[in-house]
Structures are given as structure tokens and as C-alpha cells.
Ligand binder design. Sequence first.
Ligand code: MN
Length: 471
Amino acid sequence: MNRPAAAYDFVVRGATVLTSADSFVGDIAVADGRVAALGAVEAGTAEIVDARGLVAVPGGVDAHTHFDMPFAGGTTADDFETGTRAALFGGTTTIIDFATQRRGASLLSALEAWHAKADGRCLADYAFHMAITDFSARASAEVERLAREGVTSLKLYLAYPGTLMSEDDAVLRALRRSNEVGALVSLHCENGRAIAELVRRALREGRRGCANHPLTRPPELEAEAVRRAAALARAARAPVYLVHLSAAESLETVRRCRQGGAFVLAETCPQYLYLSAREYERPGLAAAPFVVCPPLRSREDAQALWAGLAAGEFQAVASDHCSFPARTRPGRPGKDRGRRDFSRVPGGAPGVETRLPLLWEAVQRGDISTGRFVELAACGPAKAFGLYPRKGHLNPGADADIVLIDPRHRAAITARALHHAVDYTPFEGLTVHGAVRDVWLRGKRMLSQGRLLGRPGDGRYISRSRRQFCL
Ligand code: MN
């Protein structure tokens, strides 16, 4: 079955190879940018990469990033170049970002605008979800064309009334229409109108600091939206993917809805696993870097999410990378927008580079198995979003997106050592075992012993496939 040895471009030799199903010490042969063979491989004259003592995993798939995202008349700090460079250093070789529809405008024009942002700049492969602000008849008519362009997922928001939020009828229509063409709808689950009321009340009462951020976005308003999302999906006879679940009550709601017959895929993020709402007790703007939506929750919530990960209740861990600098500059809105009003702090934090290392740390701590690691870091999001079997798994025939981790390495995460475009990480000081050492993207060596070899433009647009089945 294997190709003649001489036909391989190179062979990664003697690594501990992890798949979602098992692990073994063996070789990975690469030819023409793809995995050609696994196991004991006859290398012939092919270049040999000695990977003894290292762990080989499939390149990470981060299904939730916001690079070059318009906000408040400017954009997020990371663009597609700095964002995908950071991804690469963190062992992530594919990201899915969000092209965002302007209210009342066409989806195809948004896709075109996002292609222009990313084209020629990426160091990792990339794809787009379409974020919907207005699921009009025109938008509905464009969904089939989007799917043909490889955009096989829509995202709608149950939060942010007046800007991003969709009403239930629009969500229902989007679910139905997407299911017809084999696309998946993902939803941001927080009750936008109730949150807006809690925020207005806090400001009226003169409560203006970041400590009010979690108080005005309580877990019950996330769980309510989760329940509604699952109900709408069931009514539309469609699957649904819930982004960034943060709380125990949300996970419990997902569990009950699944028992009731809803097809719910779920994602969480490292910030909800490793951090807690105690960060909001920092004085003044020191808490602003931790303002993310949904907010950080309690330690008990994090414990419940860890248990959910171990039990296979989540399909993906994504970063929700959305970086804002501390200080506002022209075209670069910063966290200091919220100096006198917590609700004006731009929500989001960097995380594309720390996502996979933090998941690996969970393996070292015994919180998840290696199989679950592969599932959450790569395989699960690849399957959910039509990238599998090309991405997410070291199967023969898959893209040779290979990451070598040095498991002996141990260091604290620090912003100075990271590559994103803001000077902080919410995970500062957290010690992780294991370091991303080498990365190949479709067989091209992008990172060699921690040294960057890849260039902007090496990353390609990946046209994603449709779901192969309907409910
Ligand atoms: Mn997001």
C-alpha cells in the first residue's frame, strides 16, 4: 500500500504519534504536502527528521478567531498576518475567522471583503464563517452560493441588540435555510435584551467598574439562550453549534436538550477553564484585559467545564482570539474606552497562541486524555466545520499539518514570549509543560526548533465541505 520509499519528501521518525483514537511510537511519511504513511516507514533517500522523544500531533484547528475585525471605527489589534503567525507558534495550522455582514448588505460582499483582508497575508491555512447581522431574504438567497464558495457555516448572535443580535424568527430561518444546503449555524448564547437592561440599571445606579461586567451578564442569561438555541434548532430540525460556553448551568442545559433530542455541538475556551471572575476584582482598568463575553465565571463553573471536556460533552476548544490594546490609538480601539463605563470596554482577549499549549497542559495535569486532546484541539472542530478528513487528523491522505511538541519543556506563559500584537496575555504566569517545537503546514516547514521559517502567503484559503447528512 505504501508508496515507494524514494517518493517521500521527508519522514518524521520515532515520534510518539497521537490520534483521536490511539497513540504509538512511529514514523510519519510525507509526500506532496500530505501524510503518505504512518507507522514503521521505509525512508529510502527521503530526508529524515529525528523526532525521538517528541510528540507528534495534528496541526491545531482553531474554529473561532477575530482577526482584523471592525470595531468602533477601527479594528482589532491582530490582523491576519500577526494572528496566523501567533497561531503557528502555538501549533495551530488552521483558523476559521468570521466574515461579518454589514447590516442590510450582502453576504457575498462581506466574503469578498474578508478575502481581501486575508489574501497573501496568512501563515496558517484559513477559512471563514459568515457572521450574520440581518438574515434578510437576500441573505437567505445567498447561502447556497456561500456554501459553494466553501463557507459552510453561519454565525448568529443572541446578544448585542442593535448591532449584531438576531431575533428568534431570523435564527429559525437561518437554521432551516442552512440545513437545506448542508451548512451549520453557530450561535452566541446570551440573552442580549435582558443584559442590556441589567447594564442600564448598573450605570443608572452609578456602578461603573469592571466588577459589574460579570454581574450584568449572569450565567442564567447564558443558559436561557442555550435552551432557546436548542429549541429553535429542534424546531428547524437542524443541528446547531454553540460557541464559547462558559458556565455549569449552560452545560447542564445542553445535556438536557440533547436528552430531549436536540442535535447540539458545543465549544468552550481556555479562559473559561483556567481563569475565574476573581480577575474582575482588580482595581480600575487592571480588570479590563479580562473583559470577555460571556464573562469569566466561578471556579465551580470551570470545574464543571473540565468534567464536560473529559466526558466528551464538548466538540471543540477554541480561542475566541479577539485582541484589543490597553490604550486606544487612531484606528485601534483599546480597553481604556471603558475607563468610566465598564460596558464600553471592548470585549475580547488574545488566545490563539496559547490555546493548544493550554490543552496540552490539561493532558499533563491528567484532566483529559491524549485522545480527547486531539479531538478538542483539532479533530472535533475539523469535523464540525467541514475540514475533515483533510484537516484535524494525521490520517494518510490528510494535509501534512504536523506539530512536534517537546514534552520535557516547562515554562510560564508570558506576553513577552508570545507573537500576537498586544502586550498582554490573560494567562500571564501560568506554567505549562510542553513546547511547540516544529510545525509543518501541508508539508512545508513553517517552524523549526522554535524558529520561524514560514512567510505571509504560505497559508491558503480552505474551501470547507458541506455536512453530508440532514436531520
Ligand atoms: Mn467571538
